[in-house]
Design a protein around this ligand. Structure first.
Ligand code: HEM
Length: 174
């Protein structure tokens, strides 16, 4: 359903969706970057103390739910924007094509995050809360989250760069 942005209602709806998309996209990519670039490498260097801090984060905070929730809002708002602003019809323009590639990479980041990172993160959180889980199970989940989290972070970052650059890519390419 295409939206007429020259009406007050249409412009308001798009403004709200854009704000949700950009703010929660920022939370998603920011949290993934912070975790991958700073928190996990620092925890690894800190040894047993670092492991304790990371486990406290997964056991006692909303962090394991924050990133998937932000990603769901970003993706849902992105899909609505894509449909309402008829980007599929603008795919022949440099901006439309860049948004479409960015959206595809964003969807890939979402699906990869869902199955390869957030699911094991939720399992880790559950196991830690239940206690008495074998160390090898916890370490296996932590390793999976760390390895796949890096891939997910790069996908989300590439999507962000394409989205943020799409508007002016046409004039830049000339
Ligand atoms: C990591 C995931 C994502 C991030 C960080 C992100 C970020 C952004 C940003 C910053 C903009 C604003 C660009 C501008 O106004 O110049 C934008 C626009 C847009 N995004 Fe995303 N995005 C992501 C994923 C997606 C996905 C999965 C879709 C759709 C399936 C999508 C659809 C759109 C659309 C259609 C626009 C253009 C909105 C407009 O013209 O007003 N995005 N995105």
């Amino acid at each position: 359903m295409a939206i007429d942005v020259s009406t007050a209602g249409g412009a308001l709806l798009i403004t709200v969706l854009r704000a949700l998309h950009i703010v929660f996209g920022l939370v998603w990519v920011g949290a993934a970057l912070l975790m991958t670039v700073y928190i996990e490498p620092t925890a690894e260097r800190a040894g047993a103390d670092g492991k304790r801090v990371l486990r406290a984060l997964y056991r006692g905070s909303s962090f394991p739910r924050l990133v998937p929730a932000a990603a769901i809002i970003t993706t849902a708002a992105g899909l609505l924007l894509y449909e309402m602003l008829s980007y599929s019809a603008a795919i022949s323009t440099a901006s439309g094509l860049t948004i479409t590639i960015g959206a595809s990479v964003g969807l890939l980041a979402f699906l990869h995050g869902l199955f390869a990172v957030w699911r094991p993160a939720s399992q880790l959180s559950g196991q830690l809360k239940a206690g008495e889980t074998a160390e090898s199970t916890l370490a296996g989940l932590e390793d999976k989250i760390r390895r796949n989290g890096r891939v997910s972070m790069w996908l989300a970052l590439i999507s962000l760069v394409l989205m943020a650059g799409a508007r002016y890519i046409g004039p830049v390419l000339g």
